[in-house]
Design a protein around this ligand. Structure first.
Ligand SMILES: [Fe+2]
Length: 386
């Protein structure tokens, strides 16, 4: 009979809920230091997060055990959930309450949480925000009259088809607000699987190896019996084809143009200054002229503090004017200087992801996972206002 302890497991979903409820476990991450530095579970106080690489643990088990707190629930994390299970078994053997994160960081990167965005009772639509927690990517499904529209879907198509099905609706079209660089789009995949039209602005999609409909400025996007008004607004700057969607004059799905605390970086096409000028005009000639109560729903966030009490990442335009440093009073020259001096290094993989999102290369499953590891780096690194 084996005397190895039974290892408890925690799913990514359960871990996320514990963090959201303010009951985070102590996380022991046993991946290598560079992997940990690139991407770790966030939303935890620094005192709840420790990196001890697996091989260090094996070499000096006693020394490493001393660093793990007693009397706390410990969740052990690695890339896929294998070596962390082994370390969790060592901890358990030494009387520490340890659980293994099922599927490791890869499963954490695949976790999608769906939250309904509140709308008035008389509203003609239902809107869901889908939060891909590990990558801090946000996508949306709008439903009306039995039809559903997916916006900026991730490549895990089941999330979108199941959501539509659960709402007794069918997906009838899919939109990408721009050519994504940080993750693989599910747009072309949904089009192939369901035979529905895929919309993206020609300025971003030129050279795409699949059929698409260009999303033109001012275009009305049909959904259901058309009581929902969805208007495409060309909002270039993060990319030349970036397009926001104004829904019922109430919600603005901004893609990577405007975030809660920042803006989309304008340097991914190696034309940083030119695109930053576009961004300036987009922000101040287009978005800033919308009413204060428009709810900004972005495609990314940078930090879990951006998730509101109701579980969604959003801000009214009024709040953004007060809180987002990008709206501080600046001339165009000052704006360019401000943004261009705050651009983080561009992950080299982004070039490949863009090519994959145009259908110019195909990544197999293993490459797709590797390409998407880590949080998005789509925002300019602006310091949030206190
Ligand atoms: Fe982007």
């Amino acid at each position: 009979m084996s005397d190895s302890p039974v290892i408890d497991e925690i799913t990514p979903d359960e871990l996320y809920q514990d963090i959201r409820r303010g009951r985070p476990p102590f996380i022991l991450d046993v991946r290598n230091e560079d992997e940990f530095a690139n991407w770790a579970i966030d939303g935890l106080p620094p005192s709840s997060l420790l990196n001890i690489p697996y091989f260090v643990f094996l070499e000096d088990e006693a020394g490493c055990l001393e660093k793990v707190p007693r009397g706390r629930d410990v969740t052990v994390v690695c890339a896929k959930g294998g070596s962390s299970a082994f370390v969790a078994s060592i901890l358990t053997r030494h009387g520490i309450r340890a659980r293994n994160l099922q599927g490791g960081m890869i499963a954490w990167g695949d976790l999608h949480m769906t939250t309904r965005v509140a709308s008035p009772p008389e509203s003609s639509l239902t809107l869901f925000q889908i939060n891909r927690v590990g990558k801090r990517c946000l996508s949306y499904v709008i439903l009306s009259d039995g039809e559903a529209l997916a916006i900026d879907p991730a490549r895990y198509l089941d999330w979108y088809t199941s959501l539509a099905q659960a709402q007794q609706a069918r997906l009838t079209r899919v939109i990408d607000t721009h050519l994504h660089a940080d993750h693989l789009s599910g747009g072309p995949g949904l089009t192939r699987a369901l035979g529905i039209p895929y919309h993206i602005c020609l300025d971003d999609a030129a050279g795409a190896q699949f059929p698409y409909h260009s999303l033109e400025d001012g275009a009305h996007v049909a959904l259901g019996s058309s009581v929902v008004e969805i208007i495409a607004l060309h909002t270039p700057g993060h990319t030349p084809g970036s397009t926001s969607l104004l829904v019922n004059e109430r919600y603005l799905l901004t893609g990577d143009t405007l975030f809660v605390n920042s803006i989309g970086r304008p340097d991914l096409g190696d034309k940083a200054e030119e695109w930053a000028q576009l961004l300036y005009r987009t922000l101040f000639d287009r978005i800033a002229r919308l009413p204060d109560d428009v709810l900004i729903l972005p495609a990314h966030y940078s930090d879990v503090t951006e998730i509101r009490q109701d579980g969604i990442v959003a801000t009214t335009l009024w709040e953004a004017r007060q809180r987002n440093p990008v709206f501080e009073r600046r001339t165009e020259t000052q704006f360019l200087e401000y943004v261009l001096s705050r651009l983080p290094a561009q992950p080299p993989i982004y070039h490949e992801i863009r090519r994959a999102n145009l259908g110019r290369i195909v990544l197999d499953a293993e490459h797709a996972i590797a390409a998407e590891l880590g949080p998005n780096q789509c925002a300019a690194a602006l310091s949030p206002k206190a």
